[in-house]
Every structure is written in C-alpha cells, then in structure tokens.
Design a protein around this ligand. Sequence first.
Ligand code: EAX
Length: 337
Amino acid sequence: MKRPIAFLLMLAMIFALTACGTNTAPTPGPDADKPSDEKIVIRLGFSTEPDSHYGKGSAEFERLVEEYTNGKVDVQLFPSATLGNERDMIEGISLGTLEMCLSSTGPMPNFSKEFQVFDLPFIITDKDRAYEVMDGETGQQILASLEPLNIKGLGFWENGFRHISNSKKEIVHPTDMAGIKLRTMENPIHMATFQLLGAMPTPMAFSELFTALQQGTIDGQENPLVIFDTNKFSEAQDYLSLTGHVYSPSIMMISKSTFESYPQDVQDAILRAEKEARTWERNFCTQMDEELVDKIKAAGVKVTEVDKAEWQKACEPIYAQYEDEINPEYIKALTGK
Ligand code: EAX
C-alpha cells in the first residue's frame, strides 16, 4: 500500500507544478466559467502499448473528442503505465489528480466488490451477450457503484479472453498447471482459481511482468492475444494454451468532479465519443483475436487448443467459494441461466 500512496503524492506534486506553469490543466470547480477559448487537457492513462487495443481505441476516442469539441479539448494519451499501474491510476482518478484511465476489471474489486462477477472463470463465454448486459441496466448499476469514490465509469471496453502461456511445457489439461509459477493480476478470485488448479499464483503489476518472464522468476502469465502480441511475450514464452478462462472487460473512467466541472457541450462530446470509440475498440479486439493466432505461431510459440468444457468443470468450485459475495442477478444476466 505504501508505494501507490508515495506515487500519488508525487503525481499530485507534478500536477500542481504543471498547473501553475502552463495554465492549461483543468481543475474542478471554478473552471466551470473559464473563457471558452481555453483548452481543456484530458490525460488518459493505460498500462498497455500504444499499438494495443487500448492504445488504438484510445486514439480513436482522442480523435472523436477533439473533432466533437472543435479542438477545445486536447486528449493526451499515456500508454505503457507511464502514469502508474492500473491501481495507482484509479486512485488518481478518485483523488482528482488524473482525468481518465482505461483499466481492466482485474484491480476493480479493490474499489467496488460489484465488479467481482467478471472475475469468475467462464462467467462470460459469449461476447455479444456480455456486451448487452454491460451496456444495459446491469452494467450501469455496476458502474454506478464507483460514484461515491468520485469515479465515473463511462463504459465497458474490451481487454478480452485471457489465455495461459508459459515457458516450461505444453498445457493441455487443467492438471498440467501443477507447479507452474503463474503471474496473475492482483485479484483474489483469479488467484484462488489458479491455486485450485494446482499452480502457484504470483500477483504482480502488469508493468513488471515482461522482465519477470524474461528473468524466469515466473514461468507464465495469462492475458488476451493482443497483449501477448504487442508486449512481445513470444520472446519469453514457448507455449500458449487457448483456455479463454476469463473474459476481461476494461473500464473507461473519468474523475467525476473533473467531468462535472466541464461545460455541458464538452461533457456531451466525451459521452458520445466514448460510446463510439468503445464499439470501435471491441471490433478491433475481435479482429485481433482472429488474426493473431497465426502471427504468434509464426513467432515460434506452440499454440494449443484445449477442451474448454474440461477447464470450466475444473474451475467450477470457485463459484461456491465466492457465491456469498456476488449478486446472483449479475451471474444470471451474464450466463443467461
Ligand atoms: O489491462 O494486468 C493485466 O494482465 C491486464 O490484462 C492489463 O493490465 C491490461
């Protein structure tokens, strides 16, 4: 806990200095009646690379916001965790020291337990059903749980179906996970799932992952194909199993007090651009999932199809373990059962 706080203090200081120096960074409250020719700067941070799904989708969001506000808003992208890891960025948004970030749902239960439903293995197997639920009432209810923390969840973007890679051996069956030292997100249900499968889950921030794989302090990791590709995990991993054990959405969020300090037309432009860029990003992810298996194979990685029903069965006990903490209506909505 100490490190993120130190980081946030540093971020707050940088923010204060920048605000004094350039007079362009937005501050909540008094800015509501700022002169209309003054630029609003929105910093948007994420942990993945510029050419990843987050990078490309955020660039589309930037383009649309700037177009819809006739350049009144300047969206600036900060990829590769340059503004901190996901948890740090979400804390920054809550404090109002950062305007926006795009984060996977992995760290969200640290802020609201309502997001835990997405961590259940195989809760989402059909993306189209998931989009409907996430864009509908259930999704809005889950996002609204962030508002008391000064976080406005704009929408569910896509991180994607997560697949397991490692440097030790081909993984076909759940029992093959025994003894694999696997990096997980800092997420209790993910950790419990891999423990159940006999692996050694090692929670770690995403920015530390590549080095840990390269140095061999861990054997493997799990992430969507687009991250495996854009972070060049093929340089450190020989085996990839298409388990799709978790579909991970990502939340596009904005500091609520900052958002509410913007003029109405800017707020409207942000909402419109987010909705359109969200669809764009989801389509990009679908296309990447289709294209990347061949590219990853060509990079020398052995890609293995698995029997998903077998994996789903092996993960089932996790539901009983967490059922008291999760709204059954959410499970029903996502599974359709
Ligand atoms: O949000 O940490 C992870 O493995 C995530 O998939 C990544 O940060 C993208």
